[in-house]
Design a protein around this ligand. Sequence first.
Ligand SMILES: [Ca+2]
Ligand SMILES: [Ca+2]
Ligand SMILES: [Ca+2]
Length: 406
Amino acid sequence: MKQLVTIFILSITFLFLRSQETYEENIYFIHDPNIDQFILSATNQNEIFSSDFDLINANEKLDTQLLAGANDVGIDFLESTVSLRHDFNSKEHSASAALPLLPDAPPVIAGTGDQLYCPGGSMPVAQTITISDPDDTSTTAVYIQISGGYVNGEDLLTLTGSHPSITSSWDAVQGELTLQGPATYTEFETAVLATQYSSSSASPSGTKQFSITVGEPNYLPTTGHYYEFVSAPGITWTDAQTAASNRTYFGLQGYLATLTSQVEADFSGEQANGFGWIGANDVAVEGEWRWVTGPEAGTLFWNGSVGGTEITFANWNGGEPNNCCGGEDYAHIAAAAVIRGGAPIGAWNDLRNTGGGGNYASQGYVVEYGGMPGDPTLYITLTTSLDVSLCHMPTNRRITYRVNKN
Ligand SMILES: [Ca+2]
Ligand SMILES: [Ca+2]
Ligand SMILES: [Ca+2]
């Protein structure tokens, strides 16, 4: 018996104007896992039509078969919208809707790696690995971080062998090896299996934990979140807040970035590459700077003006937040050209909602994804470990040999 199809995306209702008559039409996208096809069907009072098609990409024109009724049905799939037109008995009806197509499905990584490491040697970080992805065969990078037990200056990850599509770079501060593509998932699987852990210590100890993450350039393993700068010259903070909340990534709900650590602030600062609104303001009470978006909404992180009190984490530019020029209540990542007072690239300034001029003209906003209620669970990180303690012979261990004599 054929497995029942599952309603995969959504159902939408189009409203058609037919002469003077108005009627509703329900359209369903249904995913049939047996044939890996998407079936579009629709019904109304008078006509029934259905169509099935292979979803190859999100930009194709598809013709459908009209099962009952009149002469033509056409469906255009554009990049991010679906428009439907059909012509029944020479009466034209059309509709379009901002209908998101299939979201980009996240990759899933799985594997094993729970081994022993002996001093002086090297061991692969994983024994098996598979990366699967329903709608992609390649990605830009894989990150392997020594996420537990890392000793800077002793521990090292090395990519061995020849991998023409992949270059590796070691960050000793983060304890992270980046395998940089783009390359196919298969090539990355091979490279991960060829990545070796070693320690320069004569007597390493403890357990080394490795986080192997299928990533894109905008993924920060430290937080497990994604960050994206969206260019939108002239956009206000309030419009940026709305725009950010309308974005999703791998099904994760977007929000104006909430930067609660230096690592996160630096990462977003590099991404913004200049001006970018972030999810903080002191609109409610002057000088009470709060994250007002994302999982941290409502969190007070700074109290006061220039030289105020850091409650959690803040990353103000030198001489900020100064509530300048009749009042500035919205936070943004400042352009590199105006960073001063020893502040890091990506430091923040307070500004009015509409932005300012020159280096303070609004250029866009930084969206963060991750940590929101209802977000799907992603399986993009594989954790493995090496136990480096069992290789040491306990000094007080007594070993008894029994010899049998005949
Ligand atoms: Ca955050
Ligand atoms: Ca203010
Ligand atoms: Ca300011």
